[in-house]
Design a protein around this ligand. Structure first.
Ligand SMILES: [Fe+2]
Ligand SMILES: [Fe+2]
Length: 362
């Protein structure tokens, strides 16, 4: 190892080529560590937000889904079940996965002698006071979101943001809550079409679009950062976890499509005024296939070069649009960090800049 490497401290850890013909080189570069540290932070934040959904909308939480559906306290879970009868299980599973991602990344960093990420000092935000919420302080805020729904069109389009494409919103969701904020949010007008009510169904529908938004962002983030890691083992980690983000994303694409078709839509929340059209029968944008709910897989699009044949892929995957700083900008615009301290934003900014500064070394 070059003498200069000693000055990099934890930047170069682990051994060189393993014995007995095993070709894997598990040395982490400074850039690899920066990427894994940013991803650990992202997964801690993802865990924090998913736990908030799971407390109120997942299975195995208080209140349980099996309880009398006529009890208004359980109707967020019922509204989510209206979108997919397995919805509460999917929410619980997605949450479990995020917690595993965060715990693994930090344990892996420690096993390589690198510094772990700890955001506990920033767990300061009040969460929902609805029955079922734990009352613990949060890192993220799900109750005043500006949900970017352009992903819904992006994945149904033949153009690609990496090649300059931009997309309008599928549905405007500004200053909305994705979870019941308090027990008043459990109460609203009845809709004979489904066993929930319009107000709580609107909150569940917001959550549905936001599940897709957060998981497509994770899919793009891992795709972008995978191109910048050097260690093969770090690549195995980013591809492995990134693949799970894609698995999540696919379910939420289908789930959100159910929020904008019969029997759920069309309807209007009489309290917030939020309207969800039926995208099949009354598409908000033309051509109608750009919003067609059943187009759940990535539509083939421009990739690498517009002169090449279209290809069904994750997009964006360029770090200008999907890297660490882009992810932080997107989540900040989303309102996820509303109420957080300047120190929080500074910490996240530094982690993101260091991750984006990484490059593939050979
Ligand atoms: Fe994750
Ligand atoms: Fe995720």
């Amino acid at each position: 190892m070059a003498a200069g490497a000693a000055t990099m401290g934890a930047a170069i850890t682990g051994g060189g080529k393993a014995a007995f013909g095993e070709a894997r080189d598990d040395r982490l570069t400074k850039g690899d560590i920066a990427i894994l540290r940013f991803l650990a932070a992202a997964e801690i934040l993802e865990s924090d937000l998913w736990i908030q959904y799971a407390e109120l909308g997942g299975v195995g939480t208080n209140p349980p889904l099996e309880v009398d559906p006529n009890q208004s306290l359980h109707n967020y879970q019922i509204a989510l079940s209206t979108l997919d009868s397995d919805g509460p299980q999917y929410i619980a599973s997605n949450t479990l996965d995020e917690v595993s991602h965060a715990a693994f990344l930090n344990a892996y960093l420690q096993s390589k002698g690198a510094e772990q990420v700890n955001l506990d000092a920033f767990r300061t935000l009040p969460g929902s006071t609805a029955t079922g919420a734990s009352g613990i302080k949060r890192l993220t805020n799900l109750m005043r979101l500006n949900v970017d729904t352009s992903w819904y069109l992006r994945y149904r389009s033949t153009t690609n943001p990496d090649l300059g494409a931009t997309f309008p919103q599928a549905i405007t969701l500004d200053n909305v809550t994705a979870i019941p904020r308090n027990n008043n949010d459990f109460n609203g007008a009845s809709n004979p079409n489904f066993p929930g009510n319009d107000h709580i169904q609107a909150i569940a529908n917001v959550a549905a679009f936001r599940f897709g938004m957060i998981e497509q962002g994770g899919s793009s983030l891992y795709a972008a950062l995978s191109q910048k890691v050097t260690s093969l083992e770090a690549l195995k980690i980013t591809l492995g976890i990134g693949g799970d983000e894609i698995a999540h994303y696919l379910e939420w694409v289908d789930f959100s499509g159910n929020a904008v078709q019969k029997p759920v839509a069309p309807f209007t929340d009489p309290i917030s005024g939020l309207t969800f059209p039926d995208f099949f029968n009354d598409p908000p944008l033309k051509p109608a296939n750009l919003v067609q709910p059943s187009l759940i897989f990535p539509v083939p699009c421009e990739f690498i070069n517009a002169n090449l044949p279209h290809c069904a892929v994750i997009r964006p995957s360029d770090d200008r649009f999907a890297g660490a700083q882009a992810a932080v900008a997107s989540l900040t615009a989303d309102g996820l960090f509303t109420g957080q301290s300047p120190q929080f934003f500074q910490t996240l900014k530094q982690l993101a800049e260091e991750a984006d500064d990484a490059y593939r070394e050979f």
